[in-house]
Each structure stands twice: as structure tokens, then as C-alpha cells.
Design a protein around this ligand. Structure first.
Ligand code: GDP
Ligand code: MG
Length: 172
């Protein structure tokens, strides 16, 4: 029925320090379920995958992570409906850099109503430097959703993208 079930394509970006696991999260998500396409793009890569519920195609952009790439970040951010800000729960620095750099960067380049998702990755690692409650509290104070993931073990990665897509559908 026309209009009953609009299929949407939503752009999500992964940001955060190098080595926190952005590419691993992306691969875990894309390869575990249906793989639509893989495409190189200026200053980054995006891959797309269609979810059933909600019925959207997620276009997931992953940074190259280099300093050189920073100049292209505004392009990378353009029309992103959700920013996934990733830190490594075993790296205090990667969490502090969300606070001091990545969140401001995202907010400066965000479209209105953009969904922000704070993600503590490497939840399988035992040498924890950031507690779950600290991550959760910071996310709540700054109007972000929050989840801990492990791209290695495959914990919460699919849930993360489903929750992000649901929040985007609600926001638009
Ligand atoms: P990126 O630079 O943010 O894209 O990070 P990568 O995805 O390249 O991952 C950096 C390193 O962390 C690699 O050695 C990964 O194998 C490792 N890694 C990524 N995710 C996890 C995770 O959930 N748990 C553990 N233990 N290691 C991870
Ligand atoms: Mg990477």
C-alpha cells in the first residue's frame, strides 16, 4: 500500500579515536547479516545493510582515522542522522577524547535532531579503565543513548544498530 511502509535509507557515522574498534564494529554488523553493498567514498568508506525491524537501510560510514582525514570530516558528517561515538573501555584517553573533542565536533556538524549514541567497545577486555556507570552517566548528561559492545565477541553490535535506527526513525 502506497505510503504504508516507506523504505528509508539512513546515514550513520562512526567516530572516535583510532584503535577503539570502529572498523571492527562495522564489519561485525555488516558481515553478520545481509550485505547490500560496499563502496569507497571520498575520505571514508560506507557500507549499507537493510534491517527488517525497523525497515530501513543503514548506510554506515567509517572514518579512515588519519589526521589528514580530519579536514574531510565535515563532508563525512553531512546529512548524518546518527553519530556513533566510540571509545574503548580499556582506554581512559579514548573516553576523555570523546568529551574533549569528538562530541563537540559532532555537535558542530550535526543536522537538527541528529541521534547521538555513545558506545564503550571492547567490553570483553578485563583491564577496564571506564566503568559502565560512568559511560552511562556521561551519555545521559549529554543527551546520548548508551551501550557497551564487543565487536570481538559479537555482543550488542546488532542491538546497537537496531536501537540507533529506531531512534532515528522516531526523530525524523
Ligand atoms: P578503529 O581504528 O577504531 O577502526 O579500530 P579497529 O576496528 O581497527 O580495531 C583496533 C584493534 O582493536 C584491532 O586489533 C581489533 O582487533 C581490536 N578490537 C576491536 N574491537 C574489539 C573488541 O570488541 N574487543 C577486543 N578485545 N578487541 C577489539
Ligand atoms: Mg578503522
Amino acid at each position: 500500500m502506497a505510503g504504508a511502509n516507506h523504505h528509508r535509507c539512513i546515514k550513520l557515522v562512526l567516530v572516535g579515536d583510532i584503535y577503539v574498534g570502529k572498523t571492527s564494529i562495522s564489519r561485525r554488523f555488516i558481515d553478520d547479516i545481509f550485505h547490500d553493498k560496499y563502496q569507497a567514498s571520498v575520505g571514508g568508506l560506507f557500507q549499507a545493510k537493510t534491517l527488517r525491524e525497523p525497515n530501513v537501510t543503514v548506510q554506515l560510514w567509517d572514518t579512515a582515522g588519519t589526521e589528514k582525514f580530519r579536514a574531510l570530516l565535515p563532508h563525512f558528517m553531512r546529512d548524518a542522522m546518527c553519530a556513533i561515538l566510540v571509545y574503548d573501555i580499556s582506554s581512559r584517553d579514548s573516553f576523555e577524547n570523546i568529551k574533549s573533542y569528538w562530541l563537540d565536533f559532532v555537535e558542530l556538524n550535526a543536522i537538527p535532531n541528529m541521534v547521538k549514541f555513545l558506545v564503550g567497545n571492547k567490553a570483553d577486555v578485563e583491564t577496564r579503565a571506564v566503568s559502565d556507570s560512568e559511560g552511562r552517566r556521561f551519555a545521559k548528561n549529554r543527551n546520548m543513548l548508551f551501550m557497551e559492545t564487543s565487536a570481538k565477541v559479537g555482543v550488542n553490535v546488532e542491538t546497537l544498530f537496531i536501537e540507533a535506527a529506531k531512534a532515528v526513525v522516531k526523530a525524523i
